[in-house]
Design a binder for this molecule. Structure first.
Ligand code: FAD
Length: 522
């Protein structure tokens, strides 16, 4: 195509602003035309459907669509996209997984939201395990908890997870899907054989590294910009029965990160002696020991942990897991001892649990239920998720944890900090990570009242400003920018490929407008 990219996008921007100008009549027109389609009975204008499609887990952004599609099959989704694509005035479309986004990423203001979860199973979007057990085919709308339960039924499991399992496969694959397994197995996007995608031109495409690979790499980590993932083929391995789950405390950040990096250096996918999971977190004076991450520490040890936190104000907690089954039951403790030999955690501050594999993986859900019972789950979540190069993590600790976070003293939710290996990611995919071989993820998972979330957003801004001034080249995970410059900087050298792929797979800029990448006004 001979169109110069910048001028193409400028033309589209002008068109979309004009379209916003004539929005009301356009949308009335769109609604009436939708009624003439074969999917009309599945298009809802019900106020409660519109209201729930206007919100997300963040409870910070609100944007109402004109309608919500409740598809029964990928064909319904393709019909909707095709209708918009061929319409003289196209409208925007957002797939909505479980709506656990934080800043409106699954919303479509004045467009149509596709409620993916209405497509429970059947039509090739269920959960089907291959006969030889090597992979599972999963509908994009499926929740990871359901994938876990279905595969465990046959003694099998995917290997790369998120901390929380009530997220959809399509939603996490559009970001990356990270957790304590990432250092060894890579993010969830590194654990996909094949996907089915409905593009912004309404084409239904099966893609993999060998087949339509451009779309495969575009869609994984692609923030919903290139197509709607309706199926993913995910590799399986034999499931362990139980886990040894250990937490160790540190007061010295250098000791903490040195030990984390040492442990993730043993990361061979098939290395049975390596850990299966590694994370880390801050224990803060303000925070409760038992926040939503898990009630872990034995009650009798809590007083001594609390006095440690009171004395040092920040305590670092290294968390690891080693799987075992009936064959490795007798050797797992020795293997673990070997791995932990020579680490610098505080003597007397190592705590161990033995848990079922699925209990460990589903650990956040029990905390969710407790928070829900107290009315503290459906509240604003001004979260900040960052990737930080290893060379700057100590500066980050000094400038953010020990300075901004302690000074403001408002952070009560979990704060995670753990490293991962760049080589486990595939640079051809759309996901963006720092350039260094080891980088850390930091997540400030803050909850607030409906009136005070701005105080947390101010802290998040201060953290980002500090990083910029200090030359810490962070990348946002679950990125959120409101300006084009923000996105161009975020993607860095990947920006031109990202733009080219958008032009190829969604040239009318229909998909996932809530990300505000191609439709921001600044
Ligand atoms: P949605 O929020 O519904 O959608 C996210 C984006 O993807 C939107 O742009 C949407 O349009 C697009 N999209 C949705 N479905 C599809 C599809 N089928 N095809 C194409 N695009 C699609 N993330 C981690 O990596 N690790 C974690 O441990 C983790 N823990 C979390 C814990 C909680 C409590 C919460 C709320 C979030 C957590 N997340 C974590 C973040 C989570 O992965 C993202 O917010 C993800 O987008 C949520 O998935 P969802 O299914 O609700 O997607």
């Amino acid at each position: 195509m001979a169109v110069a990219l910048p001028s193409f996008f400028t033309a589209i921007m002008i068109m979309s602003r004009l379209m916003a100008f004539i929005g009301i009549s356009k949308n009335n027109d769109m609604s009436s035309k939708l009624q003439a389609l074969d999917i009309a009975p599945k298009v809802s204008h019900d106020p409660s459907a519109i209201e729930s499609a206007s919100q997300d887990f963040g409870h910070i952004v609100k944007a109402a669509p004109q309608a919500v599609l409740l598809p029964s099959s990928p064909r319904d989704i393709a019909s909707l996209v095709n209708f918009s694509y061929s319409n003289s005035v196209p409208f925007s479309i957002a797939a909505r997984g479980n709506s656990h986004s934080l800043n409106g990423q699954a919303m479509a203001k004045n467009g149509v939201v596709i409620d993916m979860t209405s497509m429970k199973s059947g039509n090739g979007t269920g959960i089907r395990i291959a006969r030889d057990g090597s992979y599972v085919d999963v509908g994009g709308q499926q929740l990871w908890i359901d994938v876990l339960n279905a595969t465990l039924g046959l003694g099998l499991t995917p290997v790369s997870w998120t901390d929380y399992l009530y997220l959809t496969v399509g939603g996490t694959l559009s970001n990356a899907g990270i957790s304590g397994q990432t250092f060894r197995y890579g993010p969830q996007i590194s654990n996909v054989y094949e996907i089915d995608v409905i593009t912004g031109t309404a084409d239904f495409v099966t893609c993999s590294p060998n087949n339509n690979s451009d779309l495969f790499y575009a869609a994984l980590g692609g923030l919903g910009q290139f197509g709607i993932i309706t199926r993913a083929r995910i590799p399986l391995e034999p499931a362990p029965k139980r886990v040894k789950w250990v937490r160790m405390l540190y007061t010295d950040f250098l000791d903490f990160t040195r030990d984390q990096e040492l442990l993730i250096s043993k990361n061979g996918r098939n290395d049975n002696k390596a850990l299966n999971y590694l994370e880390g977190s801050l224990l803060l004076d303000q925070g409760s020991l038992d926040n939503w991450r898990s009630s872990f520490f034995p009650p009798q040890d809590q007083p001594k942990i609390i006095s440690l936190i009171t004395k040092f104000r920040i305590v670092y907690c290294l968390e690891i897991v080693k799987h075992y089954d009936s064959q490795t039951k007798t050797t797992v403790d020795k293997d673990l001892q070997q791995l932990l030999k020579g680490l610098s955690y505080l003597p007397g501050f190592m705590f161990e649990k033995d848990a079922k594999y699925e209990e460990f993986l589903n650990r956040v859900h029990s905390e969710e239920l407790k928070l829900k019972a107290k009315g503290l789950w459906d509240v604003p979540h001004p979260w900040l998720n960052l990737f930080i190069p290893k060379s700057k993590i100590s500066d980050f600790n000094d400038g953010v944890f020990k300075s901004i976070v302690l000074k403001r003293n408002i952070t009560t939710g979990p704060v995670l900090v753990y490293p991962m290996n760049r080589k486990k990611w595939d640079d051809r995919m759309s996901a963006v990570i720092p350039d260094e071989e080891i980088f850390y993820t930091v997540g400030l998972f803050q909850s607030s009242g409906f009136d005070d979330w701005r105080t947390f957003e101010d802290q998040n801004k201060e953290i980002l400003q500090f990083c910029e001034k200090a030359g810490i080249k962070v990348k946002q995970y679950l990125p959120h920018y409101t300006t084009k410059v923000g996105w161009v900087n975020h993607f860095g050298s990947k920006w031109s490929t990202f733009q080219k792929r958008k032009l190829q797979f969604d040239p009318k800029l229909l998909l996932s407008p809530g990300q505000r990448i191609f439709n921001n006004n600044q």
